[in-house]
Design a protein around this ligand. Sequence first.
Ligand SMILES: [Fe+2]
Length: 293
Amino acid sequence: MSTGAIVAGCLAPHPPHLVYASNPPQNEPRAECGWEELRWGYERLRAVLDPLDYDVLVVHTPHWQTYVGTHFLGLPNFKSLSVDPIFPNLFRFHYDLNVDVELAEAICGRAAQAGLVTTMMRNPDFRVDYGTIVSCQMTRPAWDKPIVCISSARTAAWYSVEVMQEQALALGRATREAIEATGRRAVLLASNSLSHRHFTSEGDVPEDMSREHIYNHGQYLWDMRVLEHVRQGRGREIVDEMPEFVSQAISEADAGSMTWLMAALGMPDYPGQVHAYGTVIGTGNAVVSWVPA
Ligand SMILES: [Fe+2]
């Protein structure tokens, strides 16, 4: 069997607005346009990923929130309607996705060996979270690759960012080991936004871009600081500064997705390519790829 590898790791944020504005046939609402910079950034990301000939997308999502450990989708197929609880006017998406159960079980098992509480989710009626669906739809709209979906254990909320980091680092290492052991060529997706303060009211036209801007300058400064670490190949600094980033920018990286990604990539000391930065209802979002040599 060939040696498996992570062929790319990505920041692949999941605002449902990006799917809404793209008008894929699976989504019921129709949009005129909107959030072009981020959507075109995803196009640039796809242009990097598509030639890599990968087997599977592995996504860590902030919106599958599990309160007893880390869960993994554990059946070969899930098919249903996903409705965003906050934006049902933007996202009613009919999904039909396949899971690489063997790889999911391998990550689950190695994470358990590392001391994490893990569970395979085998309920056929389980509804897959919109974070997973948006990140995968924007990264691979053809849905022709299986996915592995990893929940967020919400450790930052129940304990502290430091506890979240310890567990996300262990989960990232387990993910890498399992990919190598199973011979997969994997693309990893951290599904989170960066700064995450957002507006609480919506205009009559959701895609009215005259309303769209960063929530405040402090959030912007944090996003630029993190993206400069990305661009300069300072993966370890991103993890080191995570507690301050999460507390001061209310970052959605509190879910552990970005720490998990940095650990799985072995704390990249090479630059990540920033394909786009833009805001969605005031939150900071970046589309980034790290391609190991
Ligand atoms: Fe989110």
